[in-house]
Design a protein around this ligand. Sequence first.
Ligand code: AMP
Ligand code: MN
Ligand code: MN
Ligand code: MN
Length: 282
Amino acid sequence: MSSFSTLNADLHCHSVVSDGTLTPEALAERAKANGVNLWALTDHDELGGQQRAKAAASALNIDYLSGVEISVTWMGQTIHIVGLGINADHSGIIEGLRRTREGRASRAKFMAEQLLKVGIPGAYEGALHYAGNHDLISRTHFARYLVEQGICKDTEHVFKNYLVEDKPGYVPHMWAKLDDAVSWIKAAGGVAVIAHPGRYNFNAMQMDELYKHFKDIGGLGIEVITGSHSPDQYKTYGQIAQQYGFLASRGSDFHDPDESHIDLGALPHLPDHLTPVWSVFH
Ligand code: AMP
Ligand code: MN
Ligand code: MN
Ligand code: MN
């Protein structure tokens, strides 16, 4: 496996096993068609797609890293931690993720109750209809239902007006602890990476504390080039990677051909001066 920053690595995307709309096999085909040569499927809180993704990648001659994106609550906010190169059969991470998923069904019922109060009925059943995996009902599935009902024109519009803090359908939730998520990933032989740091609403001091604490507990990487960052943020988080000594990751966060504005593998390369996270998987 090449360690060059020009490798077309896409180390963040979702399948029907979480809140994506394509199967692991269809994602592998799409990755191949788009010239991806190192791929990781990183479903939310769930490893159920890993075997299929790995087998499909292997059949298409794409190098594969087993992956996951873990929902974490840190300082009262939700952040996401990606695990790469994990052993997807490791009992510790399987059990940790099972517990992380547990509250989703009751949260979804609360969300539906909140939506009913603003005149939107049937949201629980409607969202469930979009969930390929009923253990993993997520806000994305509600967003698709609100679009289907003509309440919003697209999912982006949903996440501006519903399902987020101070808007109808928002239900606060306690996810995994940061230290636990990182320790599950490490115990399963993987590398922990802070997903899309540009998306969090922390101030500079809190972000500094996050980077330092994450590093202290053995976190190694941050996403620099991601579908969630603007070109300005590519620069900002490239500098953060250098400043804190993090490995740099690259991933589209692809969910669906219509919803996602960045396709699998269709991202700028990592800047040359950064050390790619895949350099540790020689
Ligand atoms: P959940 O884990 O149920 O809270 O759902 C989180 C998912 O909602 C994320 O993984 C995204 O797929 C989606 N999401 C959250 N915020 C946005 C946003 N602003 N625009 C589009 N999708 C979003
Ligand atoms: Mn998602
Ligand atoms: Mn995420
Ligand atoms: Mn994601």
